[in-house]
Design a protein around this ligand. Structure first.
Ligand code: S3P
Length: 172
């Protein structure tokens, strides 16, 4: 079944701080195909920031827009797409991605995630001081679902280059 999707988009999933955008950009560059960040596309479509959408319309509306944007984006075949950490948790979005894309989960432990997100402030789900606790809770609820991805790349404490090599080896 993985072969059928060979020419479909490559989707990176994982929690905030897993490196989806950083690794996605490098992967796309290496494969000479475009890179798209779904969060960025949502902001372009909505005409405001993700924080604004959460604050003004709530998370449910954000997920609805996210689904529509991803549905549109995955119509392209050769493209790497970094999805927001909650996208794969939305049943309809997950179903779409599992059917039409090659999904790759960047599996990080909480320490690695914390290291990478500590200097960012634009994530509405992490806007409190107990980031470790929030991330640990998200790991508990989300990792069993992320495990449904086609491929799992363990990238705890790994260098970006190591992760990239691992991804390229599974795509060959
Ligand atoms: C979210 C992750 C964010 C963004 C939104 C919600 C989540 O994307 O979509 O803040 O539910 O995990 P990143 O994973 O790119 O930070």
């Amino acid at each position: 079944n993985k072969d059928i999707k060979k020419n479909g988009p490559i989707i990176l999933i994982g929690l905030m701080g897993a490196g989806k955008t950083t690794i996605g950009k490098k992967l796309a560059q290496y494969l000479s195909i475009p890179f798209i960040d779904s969060d960025h596309e949502i902001e372009k479509t909505a005409g405001c920031t993700i924080t604004d959408i959460f604050e003004q319309y709530g998370e449910a509306e954000f997920r609805r827009v996210e689904h529509e944007v991803i549905r549109r984006l995955i119509k392209q075949s050769s493209v790497v797409i970094a999805t927001g950490g909650g996208a794969f948790m939305h049943a309809k979005t997950r179903q779409l991605l599992k059917e039409q894309a090659t999904t790759i989960w960047l599996h990080c432990n909480v320490d690695t995630l914390l290291e990478r997100i500590s200097h960012h402030t634009h994530r509405p789900l992490l806007n409190s001081s107990n980031k470790r606790e929030i991330l640990s809770d998200l790991i508990t609820t989300r990792y069993p679902v992320y495990a449904e991805a086609d491929y799992i790349i363990p990238c705890h404490d790994n260098k970006i280059e190591t992760t990239l090599t691992q991804i390229l080896s599974i795509l060959e």
